[in-house]
Design a protein around this ligand. Structure first.
Ligand SMILES: Cc1nn(C)cc1-c1nc2c(-c3cnn(Cc4cccc(C(=O)N5CCN(C)CC5)c4)c3)c(Cl)cnc2[nH]1
Length: 285
């Protein structure tokens, strides 16, 4: 296929709309096929009145502006967008295995080899983002999709901004993933916020719940003190990785460059021959 390009002008009549794939706060996502090329994509519809009511025009504009200029295998592509009287349409990459949080709910916990490969892919995507001085700021399972080959793809750039950021953000949704430096509305933080969230994500992949999960105020207090415990079934290498990400001082967190060489990543990283064997012996569950 030749994929849609952001230079072209699109309208709804150019797509055959398929089944709904999911829904979010401001609209739904549909499976769609671009008629002239047969290209399969995900069409995300956002209702303009909902966006105005939710006062998130700036966020949507930023999501489009940022995601449109990104091209990485672990970041969901935004090929283009168009609008009609009532709706904005985002032409997104179709992720063949859907939403990661549903996989995590079904499996409860991921085996260490799978969690390790997911975190290696997240680190590669974040390294690409940070090189462009973009910080995501909302890394969590609900914002990650799974591609047809089981690779993960960061989606939903509604909270991403260009770093460094000194704008106050009203937070909604769970506090579980917020780093200490973003709590209490402090303004000056940088890309290292994504490293803390990567630590929370690693913990949740392996344990099946977030490390600071608690009632409102208690969650904030436990985050600010980095108060969490890791169950005994978690391997020493994985424990070490979590400990090196969930560090209060952003400057003391393990860096994205160091992650690929960490024992927990090297132990499960599958490349070359072994990757081929694993893939060819794959038996669907
Ligand atoms: C389902 C499914 N099954 N299979 C086999 C494949 C899929 C599939 N889904 C997608 C989806 C998809 C669909 N819904 N969603 C969830 C969704 C839908 C609409 C909006 C949101 C949303 O607002 N988000 C903001 C809040 N954060 C937390 C969250 C984001 C969020 C994403 C996309 Cl975008 C691309 N490819 C897909 N492939």
């Amino acid at each position: 296929y030749n994929q849609p390009s952001s230079g072209r002008k699109y309208d709804l009549s150019m797509f055959d709309i398929g089944r709904p794939l999911g829904k979010g706060k401001f609209g739904r996502v549909y499976l769609a096929q671009e008629k002239s090329t047969g290209f399969v994509c995900a069409l995300k519809t956002l209702y303009k009145d909902e966006i105005q009511k939710g006062k998130v025009e700036k966020q949507v504009r930023r999501e489009i502006e940022i995601q449109q200029h990104l091209a990485h295998q672990n970041i969901l592509r935004l090929y283009g967008y168009f609008d009609d009287a009532k709706r904005i349409f985002l032409i997104l990459e179709f992720a063949g295995q859907g939403e990661l949080y549903k996989h995590l709910q079904r499996e409860e916990q991921f085996p260490e080899w799978k969690a390790s490969q997911y975190i290696a892919q997240m680190a590669a995507a974040l390294k690409y983002l940070h090189k462009k001085h973009v910080m995501h700021r909302d890394i969590k399972p609900e914002n990650i999709l799974v591609g047809i080959h089981g690779e993960i793809k960061i989606s939903d750039f509604g909270w991403s901004v260009h770093a460094p950021n000194n704008r106050r953000q009203t937070m909604c949704g769970t506090l579980d993933y917020l780093p200490p430096e973003m709590l209490g509305g402090s303004k000056n933080y940088n890309e290292k916020v994504d490293l803390w969230s990567l630590g929370v994500l690693t913990y949740e992949f392996l344990v099946g719940r977030a490390p600071f999960e608690d009632t409102g105020m208690m969650t904030q207090r436990r985050i600010c003190r980095a108060e969490y415990s890791i169950p005994a079934f978690v391997s020493p290498e994985a424990k070490d990785m979590i400990k090196k990400l969930l560090v209060l001082d952003p400057e003391k967190r393990i860096t994205l460059d160091e992650i690929p060489n960490h024992p927990w990543i090297k132990k499960h990283c599958v490349t070359g021959e072994r990757a081929w064997n694993r893939a060819s012996s794959f038996k669907p569950r």
